[in-house]
Design a protein around this ligand. Structure first.
Ligand code: AMP
Ligand code: MG
Length: 355
């Protein structure tokens, strides 16, 4: 095969399941499992909803609790806003920028190694060291949402000043000592583009074979196994960014077995100033919010990769994005600001027959 196998290529960024307990141990049963649902706020700054097919309520609860507890643990490791007793997390790493290496859990090492690799894979479009720039945009967004009358983009001088502290080479990951060090004061990591998908992938790798689960962590959807039924495929809808203005709710529906379907959009976190929409995905080359697309959806077997790619492809020009997607064997749909839709062939294969 001409293209390399991405799943194998990135495998080492995930810990081997041997270190983990299995989540969702299901008893074998001949009868058709029932559909159960749960959902909660509080993890990864978003809403999580989960569907589990289980034999009975007890089995469902054990499985749902196992997933929730593991997601909560990962949320705490990857959190850049809060610290927790007894845990060195990414906020600790950011707080210690320019001071000292921080001993961290393997999950953090894996997430950061993977994210650094994605920086090179995307020519720097995807950069988790963009923290100082992203936090300026976040402050202006929050102010702009609260007080729309005074909303404005940040001055370029302060963005440029912040961008002097975004060199990913100064993120030192020592996988042997299990430490992470931002060597320059003022640096900070922001994993908003990848943490949800990466965490979901870690959970998926701990699920027992044979489970049927679909999780949606703030638009990061991961389907595992097959739902009961003749066709045994999950239906995953891709939201239409225009649905608020009365358009169809979905852009399309995908039919798939196990896969991650991740969308980055300009309708999720944004503000407007003088009629211009400023989204939350920032182009490191211009330091301005990427403005080519309304949404980019990526389908891939690996949820962490799908998440990182959806953000990167939201920034990259179409030709570069398409090449990157093909290299990873990713299925992609782009919706431009002019409401044009582009898809690669891989994506079309997932689409349902049009009604
Ligand atoms: P997503 O919704 O997965 O596309 O992630 C968007 C989030 O990623 C933003 O809210 C920021 O926290 C972060 N982000 C924005 N721009 C970039 C970038 N160029 N590289 C890496 N992360 C980014
Ligand atoms: Mg993403």
């Amino acid at each position: 095969m001409g293209t390399f196998n991405t799943v194998t290529h990135f495998k080492h960024f995930y810990l081997t399941p041997l270190f983990f307990f299995a989540i969702c141990l299901l008893s074998s049963c001949a009868s058709t499992p029932k559909k159960y649902e749960t959902g909660y706020f509080g993890l990864f700054d978003t809403y999580t909803s989960i569907i589990i097919y289980a034999k009975n309520e007890g089995e469902f609860k054990r499985c749902a609790d196992g997933i929730h507890d593991r997601l909560l643990e990962l949320h705490r490791y990857f959190d850049i806003y809060d610290t927790y007793d007894g845990v060195n997390n990414l906020k600790t790493v950011n707080d210690m920028a320019g001071v000292a290496p921080v001993p961290v859990r393997g999950e953090i090492i894996g997430l950061l190694q993977f994210s650094k690799e994605m920086y090179y894979e995307t020519n720097g479009a995807f950069n988790i060291a963009l923290g100082p720039v992203l936090s300026i945009w976040r402050d202006y967004r929050e102010a702009g949402v609260q007080h729309p009358e005074g909303a404005a983009p940040p001055p370029m001088e302060i963005l440029l000043e912040a961008s002097a502290h975004t060199d990913i080479e100064k993120l030192i990951i020592d996988a042997e000592r299990m430490t992470v060090f931002l060597t320059e004061p003022g640096m900070s990591i922001d994993v908003g583009a990848v943490a949800k998908g990466y965490a979901a992938q870690l959970v998926v790798e701990q699920l027992t074979d044979g489970v049927s689960v679909i999780m949606d962590i703030g638009g990061n959807i991961v389907a595992v196994g097959k739902p009961p039924g003749k066709r045994g495929l999950w239906n995953v809808g891709v939201m239409n960014p225009d649905k608020e203005t009365g358009a169809d709710e979905l852009l399309t529906t995908l039919k798939t077995e196990s896969a991650a379907v991740v969308t980055s959009g300009d309708y999720q976190r944004y503000y407007e100033a003088d009629g211009v929409r400023y989204g939350h995905i920032v182009d490191p080359y211009t330091l301005m919010p990427a403005a080519r697309y309304r949404s980019v959806t990526v389908v891939h077997a690996d949820s962490g990769l799908a998440d990182a790619l959806s953000t990167a492809l939201f920034i990259l020009p179409y030709d570069d994005g398409l090449k990157t997607a093909e290299r990873f064997g990713a299925a992609v749909m782009w919706m431009t600001r002019g409401d044009e839709i582009y898809k690669n062939e891989r994506f079309e294969r997932y689409e349902s027959e049009k009604k």
